[in-house]
Write a protein that binds this ligand. Structure first.
Ligand code: GLY
Length: 397
């Protein structure tokens, strides 16, 4: 049985003081997000931002990528905080686009159905009671569970299920696709979705998290025997390094599964994964794109999007953490420190022609895609983190 070591917080002093992030600071940052969104509203009504910007500008593309729902999710957040119908109107046009995408099976043969249909349709159902959105999200959940391998207990990430080269690969990102399944069990009363999600997250906890609390990006399982095979990276620096966003998906994803299963082991694990992440942050609190790079590294980029995801994950974890928990204060202060640094150092100027919100993200460096650019999920999670800091937010996840 593998023991996962907790590094603890190595530099406690760093997070002993609460950063000065008050309501006015958060409101100002949200105003900036909304101003940028207003500039983009017309362009991204029937079209969607490309996953990463090119020279700071997201081209407008069809609803075909795994990332399309992040903009729709931002529209729902904007509607929630402003109650302005203009955001709801565009979001509802996009919900229809997500229905068409699923009905016509356009680029839906992968596990990112969770990202896609949680932020577009589950959110719509939760905020407006839309039955169309609910039915569409349930159909997406039905499609997602066709990727489940019983023996291995995992959901396969990408690729044709009949392609042996892809078979049995789970990835840490999938933690964020599981809330669609937990939600489907809640609204239908059918336990199978939750059972699949819980099985997957336990396998991810067992095999994707390494003994030192870092994570593999991807891990292959033998789907015939259920045996673990090997870890490998796809978007990280090396198979044995720790891709920053993968770690961030872990920081957020394990607490999300806790929310639905109440399995405290998932929070204990999330704490270790979080400590590993915090211990590798450079002085300005924003991680490099792979955690093998730390303070002082030259010629490597930051990934602001990982920081935004981590902030949301820590904020979610804090909800359930006892006041006496030894890490509580460090987590509160680190989340605010990261959020503050993003707001002050990583946001796009309102009057620039760049159309993202956060600068300095990395999509997929080994593939040469989106390096030092805006990433649409970074924008989404930054906005979600601000909304979490502003009010008691009812999750779409
Ligand atoms: N889920 C893919 C990524 O984080 O880039």
């Amino acid at each position: 049985m593998k023991t996962i070591v907790d590094e603890g917080i190595k530099n406690k002093q760093r997070y002993e003081k609460r950063p000065n992030v008050d309501k006015a600071f958060i409101e100002k940052a949200i105003k900036q997000v909304l101003a940028k969104m207003d500039q983009n509203l017309e362009t991204f009504t029937y079209k969607f931002p490309r996953p990463a910007s090119i020279d700071g500008v997201y081209p407008a593309i069809d609803n075909i990528d795994w990332t399309a729902s992040f903009w729709t999710g931002m529209l729902w957040l904007a509607y929630e905080v402003t109650e302005d119908e203009k955001y709801r109107k565009v979001a509802e046009i996009q919900v229809e686009s997500f229905k068409q995408r699923l009905d016509n099976r356009i680029e839906v043969d992968h596990h990112d159905l969770g990202f896609l249909y949680t932020l577009s349709c589950v959110s719509a159902y939760k905020l407006t009671g839309s039955e169309v959105a609910k039915e569409t999200a349930l159909k997406a959940a039905d499609l997602l569970i066709t990727r489940y391998y019983d023996k291995a207990g995992i959901i396969q990430a990408w690729g044709d299920l009949n392609d042996p080269a892809q078979r049995g690969r789970m990835i840490i990102d999938c933690n964020m696709n599981l809330p669609l399944l937990y939600w489907a069990s809640e609204v239908t009363g059918d336990k199978k979705y939750k059972e699949i999600a819980y099985s997957h997250v336990k396998q991810a906890a067992k095999y994707i998290v390494r003994e030192d609390s870092s994570t593999y990006h991807t891990f292959y399982m033998d789907t015939e025997t259920g045996a673990p095979l090997r870890g490998a990276t796809h978007q990280g620096y090396a198979d044995n390094s720790c891709w920053a966003r993968g770690q961030a998906w872990g920081i957020y994803g394990f607490p999300l599964s806790y929310k639905y299963t109440k399995d405290w082991e998932l929070i204990e694990l999330a704490k270790k994964v979080t400590n590993y992440f915090l211990n590798r942050l450079p002085n300005d609190e924003i991680c490099y794109w792979d955690l093998i790079f730390t303070e002082g590294t030259k010629d490597q980029e930051r990934d602001s999007s990982s920081a935004a995801i981590a902030v949301c994950g820590i904020m979610e974890m804090l909800k359930d953490m006892p006041l006496a928990d030894e890490y509580r204060m460090f987590y509160e202060n680190s989340a605010l420190s990261m959020l503050k640094s993003l707001a002050l150092n990583y946001t796009v100027e309102i009057d620039s022609n760049e159309n993202g919100i956060l600068k300095h993200g990395v999509y997929a460096k080994p593939q040469g895609n989106g390096i030092d650019e805006s990433c649409i999920w970074g924008d989404y999670y930054y906005f979600e983190a601000l909304v979490r800091a502003l009010k008691d937010w009812n999750l779409y996840w």
